[in-house]
Design a protein around this ligand. Structure first.
Ligand code: PMP
Length: 411
C-alpha cells in the first residue's frame, strides 16, 4: 500500500479545464471588462512592496481623487468587494455606543443598519416609500432629532434603481444648526478645533461613481466608498474609499483602537502612500486587481468624468424610451430619481419574470431579477461603463421583448 492511497483523491472535474461562457453582463454588476482591463489580468505579478508596484498603487490613488473629486490625502482601496468599503468606513469612523442614522431607500440602507447593530452602534432610520427618495428636509429633520455621530446615505440604490440626491443637504442641516454642517462646509482643521467637545456627524456614501455626478469635496462628504465591478468595468475585489480631513481627525482621536487591523485606515493608508511615511508591510495587495483598476481609471481619465456622466445619462434616457415604446414600465416613477446606470423595470402582467431572465442567460445575456420580495416582480438592467452604449442597449431591449412575447415565458 502506498502512502498516497490514504489521501482523499482530487476531484475528477479539476482534471478538466475551466469553462466560462461568453456573457453580456447587463445586471447590477459585475459588468463587462473592456479589452484593456482584461489584458491586465495576465500581466506578470510584482511583489506587493516592489517600487514599480507601489507606483501603480499611487497612480490608482491619484485616479481615485479625480473620480471622487477630492484632494483628500487618505484616498485608497480596501482589499475586498464593495462591502469591505462599508466595513472599513464604519469600523474607522464609529466607536461602540455611538450612533448612526441610515437613510434607507432599499436594501443598502438596511444593510448599513445591520452592520451598525453588529458594531454595537445605536441606529436610527429615515426611510423612503418604495421607489422614492428621502427628501433633504426629512433627512435634516432626522439629523436634528437624533444628532447622530454618523449618517449613511446610499446614492445609487441598486435594489430599487433610485438616485438619492444629497446636494443641499449640508445647507439644510446647517439651517438646523447641527455641527455636522459647520465642520463639513468649512472642512478646516481649525474649525473642528473650535468645537472639540461637540458631537460631530459624518456622511458616508456609496456612489454609482463614474455614472452620476459626484463631488466629494464640494458636497462636504466625509467618507465615500465604491466598488470596481460596476461603472469602472473592472473585476470585483477592491473598494475605493476616501476619508476627509475631518474624518481623519476623528479617526486619530478615537478612544479605542479600530477593531480591525486589515481595515484600519491609518495602516491601510500608509500602504497606499497617503501619509508620506515610509511604506510598512500591511497586507499583500491583490496585485492583478490593482492593475485592473489602474487600467479602468485610465479609461475614465481619457474619456473625462463629464463625458462619462453625460454618456450614461443620454443612453439611460434612450433605454427608458425604448422600454416605454415596447410596453414596459419603469419601477421608479419620477425620471429625475432614476439612476443613470441601473434601470429597474416592472415585469408585465402574465409574464414569468424569472423564466425570462433564465432564458436570456441561456442566450448569453444577463439581466437580473429583483431583490428579495420583489424578485419575481422586477427586472434590473445595468448599463455600466462600456455597457452604456446605444447599440448594446437596443439589442438588450429587443432580446427582452422577444422573450416576453414567447408563450413559454407566460405565467
Ligand atoms: N452597495 C451597493 C449600492 C451595491 O449595489 C453593492 C453591490 N451590489 C454593494 C454595496 C456591495 O458590493 P459587493 O457586492 O461588491 O460587496
Amino acid at each position: 500500500e502506498t502512502m498516497s492511497s490514504n489521501l482523499i483523491p482530487p476531484p475528477d472535474v479539476l482534471k478538466e479545464p475551466i469553462k466560462i461562457p461568453p456573457r453580456q453582463l447587463f445586471g447590477p454588476g459585475p459588468s463587462n471588462m473592456p479589452d484593456a482591463v482584461a489584458h491586465t489580468q495576465s500581466m506578470s505579478l510584482l511583489g506587493h512592496l516592489h517600487p514599480e508596484f507601489l507606483k501603480v498603487m499611487h497612480d490608482v490613488r491619484d485616479g481615485l481623487k479625480y473620480l471622487f473629486q477630492t484632494t483628500n490625502d487618505f484616498t485608497m482601496c480596501a482589499s475586498g468587494t464593495g462591502h469591505s468599503g462599508m466595513e472599513c468606513a464604519f469600523l474607522n469612523l464609529l466607536e461602540r455606543g455611538e450612533s448612526l442614522l441610515c437613510v434607507t431607500t432599499g436594501l443598502w440602507g438596511r444593510r448599513a443598519e445591520s452592520l451598525g447593530q453588529r458594531l454595537g452602534l445605536q441606529t436610527f432610520v429615515v426611510e423612503a416609500p418604495q421607489g422614492e427618495v428621502v427628501s433633504v428636509e426629512e433627512i435634516s429633520k432626522a439629523i436634528e432629532q437624533h444628532k447622530p455621530t454618523a449618517m449613511f446615505v446610499c446614492i445609487g440604490e441598486s435594489s430599487t434603481g433610485i438616485v438619492q440626491p444629497i446636494q443641499g443637504l449640508s445647507e439644510a442641516c446647517k439651517k438646523h444648526n447641527t455641527l455636522l454642517i459647520a465642520d463639513t462646509v468649512s472642512r478646516s482643521s481649525n474649525k473642528s478645533d473650535i468645537f472639540p467637545k461637540k458631537k460631530q456627524s459624518y456622511f458616508f456614501q456609496v456612489a454609482s461613481i463614474g455614472a452620476e455626478p459626484f463631488k466629494m469635496d464640494e458636497w462636504g462628504v466625509d467618507c465615500v466608498y465604491s466598488a470596481t465591478q460596476k461603472v469602472l468595468n473592472a473585476p470585483p475585489g477592491l473598494a475605493p474609499i476616501s476619508f476627509s480631513k475631518r474624518a481623519m481627525d476623528k479617526i486619530r482621536n478615537r478612544k479605542t483602537k479600530v477593531a480591525s487591523f486589515y481595515f484600519d485606515a491609518l495602516e491601510l493608508g500608509n500602504y497606499w502612500g497617503c501619509d508620506g511615511q515610509i511604506t510598512r508591510y500591511h497586507h499583500t495587495a491583490p496585485i492583478s486587481s490593482v492593475y485592473a483598476i489602474r487600467s479602468a481609471l485610465s479609461i475614465i481619465a481619457n474619456e473625462s468624468l463629464e463625458h462619462s456622466w453625460e454618456r450614461h445619462k443620454t443612453n439611460v434616457k434612450l433605454l427608458h424610451s425604448l422600454l416605454e415604446e415596447n410596453g414596459f414600465e419603469c419601477f421608479v416613477q419620477k425620471p429625475e430619481n432614476r439612476l443613470a446606470c441601473l434601470t429597474v423595470v416592472k415585469v408585465p402582467q402574465g409574464v414569468d419574470g424569472k423564466k425570462v431572465t433564465a432564458s436570456l442567460l441561456g442566450k448569453g445575456l444577463e439581466i437580473a431579477n429583483g431583490l428579495g420580495e420583489s424578485a419575481a416582480k422586477l427586472w434590473r438592467i445595468g448599463t455600466f461603463g462600456g455597457n452604456s452604449d446605444e447599440q448594446k442597449i437596443r439589442n438588450v431591449v429587443k432580446m427582452l421583448k422577444d422573450e416576453v412575447q414567447n408563450p413559454t415565458n407566460k405565467l
